[in-house]
Design a protein. Sequence first.
Length: 232
Amino acid sequence: MKDIQAPEASQNRTVFYRSVIYGSVFLVVWSLRATLLSDQIEGMEPDWLQRLVSDLVRVGLFVLPVGLYVKFLEKRVLFSSLKMPRFPGVRALAKAGGVLGTYLVFTCLVEFVRRGESFQIHVSPLASCHFWVWLFLVAFSEELLFRGVLLQRFRCLLRFWHANLLATLFFVLVHVPYWISHQGMTPDVVSSLLAVGFAGLLFGYVFCTTDSLWCAVIAHAANNFLSVVLNG
């Protein structure tokens, strides 16, 4: 697990606090989108326009600012600093894959036991082309920010699990505004936030074990795929 290298402690502190500020500003902006604009976007007709606008907003808020932040503010090489060209070794891939596979199987078993006879697999969403676009876009955009940028920068000052916890906190908080504004603080929302937190820790582990953003994206996409199949 490699940290971003910085020659002096002062530079590490600058990278860390600047990343905290970036993450905090993003949370404010995304909260406005999730609370003030979500109904307008979701109410658009026809459906293809609604999906297009939603995807463009996500790219505009998640992806483009990360590129500008890394390229012009940090003055780093974009793809390498985000661990995008990295391909993991076989041992690291097997280790991360084993942990991810165990988590996914455990999730299925828990849902099977909890639901009993009402347990079912939902395959109808898989027929939509936009589902696969959504699956990749959500996983890529969120991993790009929370693991590619925040987790790596937090490790300038913090040990891995402390940095992973902090990055996961941001990851959980980004889901809060929409769920609470649309559903309230219900037991289902609380359990969903806890599940998101655990998944975030797992994605961070996969990212740092493999040293590859794409492995974290695959783990995130697999988790979201399973969630849709189980919940519809």
